[in-house]
Design a protein. Structure first.
Length: 561
């Protein structure tokens, strides 16, 4: 049987025959719904035959016929009611499974289930519901006419990438009609949270109101995105509002998947479980570091890609540095559990980092992925990949654990036509333009370019997108420019010193400063002052204002050379 699961309670498939009902019963199904009208094709048994075969094997059967291409609101409601009333799990079928999936999608939309979840579940089962997004978003009601907004350029996301590209566009063409879509009231300087976790920055120093940062002349649409319709040049908002565009820039950031680690969500912020990846938890990190006198301190890193790949070990170095200065480190076992095979992906920076690993007597555990945590019991479980390719479970205790969750593109991106096979927004890595929808650009953490996902990368990407988009629209008569993959990771190896890792595509070193000032392969006080004193104002007053200090893009030919 080719039954495809939409939820634990519902699977769908194409036309079945009476002999399939015994297989369905053995597979655990307890009811079947027929959504194909009798007589639609010469190859189908009628419902009475299906019902009789179902009765023999103890399944309930329900007949809810739907004409292909004409699913009504009433039929979607009836499907939802039948699904609620029948014993579960239920198998629904039609000619291919598409009508059954459409009925479920409309029914779930009417119940208020988030559109990205519906589209993603259907996509995972092999059914494309993107053509019905407006109707699903409206709760299953047929949209005869919907009010639509229009802006020449629409930007999705009010994070570092979204606001920076809006500012860069306005700096080049002040009268450009731009709208920015984001539901958040507050914008965060996330690179500062590592410093909050060491007591160096105050949490409030890393936050500004969104309204204070959106460039003058840019319309802020305070709403969440539900879906994309690139063929219609439209963005669908929650509530089924539609925003149309000539050009679209997508920069929605990442989704932190806390739920992927069993037990984590229930214990975050208590029981010694913390993470600098959340604004409200970074101060708890510092509380734990100050109060830990002895015991076991764990720091975890999930599979790549993640935002700021150095952040998990930054937390470890700064914590261990404090314990060393306080004379406590001899009584604390420091351990890094890394899902990857190496300490850092660019080999030139590893020797200096290993010196600090030795200084803090930190234990490195590679190929270990955190899968479960029990906060009250202070136990953590990891899946360890062995040399022969198998996996085993490793259990350990902790007194403090700094957790970094798995990360992925937002649901509404992963379920959209913009996504590549990995769920990221597909882009050309140089131009940052979508290869299948040339009127769409993307930058920041959610795009598919193989660069480090850092704010420094977005700072370099924003001018590239702004320039190329305006060239594409005919407002600039210049050559395209190219992004070289630049990313920066200021590795805080101790309070007062940083290893400034700067690199591009393929791990090529791309230092911003002469080696006599800052040698990125060696820890320095100068790099620390850059991180502590200079980078925050550069972020707030330059990057988000369209002032491209040390971020001017280069022509594609020159970048390639």
């Amino acid at each position: 049987m080719d039954a495809r699961r939409l939820t634990p309670n519902l699977s769908v498939m194409g036309q079945i025959v009476p002999a399939d009902l015994s297989d369905a019963a053995r597979a655990g199904f307890r009811a079947v719904i027929c959504n194909r009208p009798d007589g639609e094709g010469a190859d189908q048994p009628n419902f009475q035959e299906i019902e009789a075969a179902a009765r023999v094997v103890g399944l309930e059967a329900r007949y809810l016929p739907v004409v292909s291409g004409k699913v009504s609101d009433e039929e979607a409601v009836a499907f939802g009611a039948a699904l609620a009333a029948l014993p579960k799990p239920v198998l629904a079928y039609c000619r291919t499974g598409t009508r059954s999936t459409t009925l479920w999608s409309l029914s779930e939309g009417g119940r208020g289930r988030p559109l990205p979840e519906i589209i993603a579940a259907a996509k995972a089962a092999g059914y494309d519901m993107s053509g019905a997004v407006r109707r699903i978003a409206s709760g299953g009601r047929i949209q005869r006419k919907s009010a639509e907004l229009f802006h020449s350029v629409v930007i999705v996301g009010g994070g570092a990438g979204g606001i920076a590209v809006a500012a860069s566009l306005k700096a080049r063409k002040p009268d450009l009609d731009i709208a920015l879509i984001d539901p958040a009231d507050v914008h965060y300087y996330q690179p500062g949270w590592t410093m909050v976790g060491r007591g160096i920055f105050a949490p409030a120093d890393t936050a500004r109101t969104m309204a204070s940062l959106i460039p003058d002349g840019v319309r802020w649409i305070k709403a969440a995105v539900a879906a994309f319709e690139p063929e219609r040049k439209a963005v669908i908002l929650e509530g089924c509002r539609v925003v149309r565009y000539d050009r679209l820039v997508v920069a929605p950031g990442l989704k932190l998947n806390w739920a992927a680690i069993a037990g984590l969500a229930e214990t975050l912020g208590q029981n010694g479980v913390t993470s600098n990846y959340r604004y409200d938890l970074a101060p708890y990190t510092w509380d734990l570091v100050q109060n830990l006198r002895a015991g076991q301190a764990l720091f975890t890193q999930p599979p790549m890609p993640i935002k700021c790949a150095g952040a998990p070990q930054k937390a470890m170095y700064l914590s261990a540095d404090h314990w060393l200065r306080q004379g406590r480190l001899k009584d604390i076992m420091v351990e890094l559990y890394n899902a990857g095979p190496v300490l850092f992906g660019v080999k030139e920076y590893v020797p200096a980092l290993m010196e600090y690993v030795k200084r803090y007597d930190a234990h490195l555990n590679f190929h270990h992925t955190l899968t479960r945590i029990d906060g009250p019991a202070k136990r953590a479980w990891f899946s360890r990949r062995t040399e022969d390719g198998c996996s085993e479970t490793v259990e350990t205790g902790f007194d403090m654990i700094h957790v970094v969750p798995p990360q992925q593109a937002p649901d509404f991106v992963r379920a959209s036509p913009l996504a590549d096979a990995g769920g990221w927004i597909e882009v050309d890595p140089a131009s940052l333009r979508h290869p299948r929808f040339p009127e769409i650009y993307a930058l920041g953490d959610a795009c598919s370019a193989p660069n480090a996902k850092t704010a420094a990368a977005a700072r370099k990407q924003a001018p590239v997108v702004a320039h190329n988009l305006l060239v594409d629209m005919g407002y600039l008569h210049e050559a395209e420019v190219a992004y070289d993959g630049y990313g920066s990771c200021p590795l805080t190896v101790e309070r007062g010193k940083i290893l400034l890792a700067e690199f591009g595509y393929g791990g090529k070193l791309l230092p911003s400063f002469p080696s006599w000032l800052i040698d990125g392969t060696k820890p320095s006080r100068a790099a620390w002052l850059l991180k502590e004193r200079m980078l925050p104002p550069i972020y707030w007053k330059a990057m988000l204002k369209g002032r491209e200090w040390m971020a001017k893009p280069h022509e594609a030919e020159k970048a390639a050379a």
